[in-house]
Design a protein around this ligand. Structure first.
Ligand SMILES: [Zn+2]
Ligand SMILES: [Zn+2]
Length: 322
């Protein structure tokens, strides 16, 4: 996996952990499928959560999980539908979300004559892989020499606008770019008729927000993403249910969950901003324990993204603005 781990510092540690530490050698990997709502399903297991939308036009995936689990993922998708795999949308560049790209590309078939662009070799062969152009830039040749992913794994239908829309399986699908949040190439995907958002790592339920500073992440972008999703969500009766949100890691959430998480992030951001304004060093801010009242829920012992790393990333996000 070393070839994937380009970039610096924290991101390398993070990516390495996501690839290796979540797949212990001593137990078989199992993937599980959950029907979320409408035409949309979530496949969980090692790596990031995968979203599947099925219908008469075929299959659309959001993210492709770890490379090591790609065959298992395709088998799990095949239990839902025997139809053609047409689209794969990548929410961002991390290997626990794009690892299965190459095999998903090979398993799919592009709709020719549609919105197909890019060099995909034989027309009509291969899944259309959609992502923000920042994802392609990082997957193709970020080091300027050897690209960290094979060409067949690269997005072949990138967008650089604020959003991209698609109509597939009888519903409109909105792909929204959130600049500088978890990374610089994050997309959230909204299935309008099924009423489900696939958030990628813009939203995780298992830890504090993960901010990959070395790949263009920033705390403010995370808050922007939370506010955008809260805005899209429409709760059902008694403020529960309604629009569902598939997290990048963890469980399915609703608007009330997002609001609680957004408020928690805002409180911690403000505490750290206060320290930055007073001229405190990172160590002094950490010593003041700005996350203490939330650590029992969001900073589990041995977790790959701890309160310490979160405070570090928020402090650096806020300091960099000056
Ligand atoms: Zn992830
Ligand atoms: Zn990620």
């Amino acid at each position: 996996m070393r070839a994937y781990l380009v970039g610096g510092g924290l991101a390398v540690t993070l990516a390495a952990f996501l690839v290796t530490a979540q797949t212990p050698q001593n137990r078989p990997v199992e993937l599980h499928t959950l029907h979320v709502q409408g035409n949309v399903y979530m496949i969980t297991g090692d790596g990031g959560n995968v979203t599947v939308q099925t219908g008469s036009d075929g299959i659309l995936l959001v993210d492709s999980g770890l490379a090591a689990n790609a065959d298992l993922l395709i088998a799990e998708v095949r239990k839902l539908s025997k139809g053609p795999i047409r689209y794969l949308i990548n929410t961002h560049v991390h290997p626990d979300h794009v690892g299965g790209n190459e095999k998903i590309f090979a398993a799919g078939s592009t709709i020719t004559g549609g919105n197909v662009t890019g060099d995909i070799g034989d027309a009509g062969v291969g899944t259309t892989i959609i992502a923000h152009e920042a994802v392609l830039n990082r997957m193709s040749a970020p080091t300027g020499t050897q690209s960290p992913f094979p060409q067949r794994a690269w997005p072949n239908d990138t967008y650089f606008t604020k959003e991209k829309k698609l109509f597939f399986n009888g519903e409109a699908i909105e792909i929204v770019h959130i600049p500088a949040a978890h990374t610089d190439g994050d997309s959230l995907v909204f299935f309008r008729r099924s009423d489900v958002i696939s958030a990628g790592d813009l939203y995780v339920t298992t830890s504090y927000p993960i901010i990959d500073l070395s790949r263009g992440g920033n705390i403010q972008g995370i808050l922007d993403a939370m506010n955008r999703m809260i805005d899209i969500c429409e709760p059902a009766d008694k403020q529960e249910g309604g629009t569902y949100v598939i997290s990048g890691h963890g469980r399915v959430a609703d608007q009330a969950d997002l609001v609680e998480y957004r408020d928690m992030i805002t409180i911690i951001r403000d505490r750290i901003a206060d320290g930055v304004k007073k001229g405190l060093t990172l160590e002094q801010v950490k010593a003041a324990k700005p996350t203490l009242d939330y650590d029992a829920v969001y900073s589990k012992p041995g977790a790959f993204w701890t309160a310490d790393q979160f405070i570090d990333a928020v402090y650096k996000s806020l300091s960099a603005k000056k």
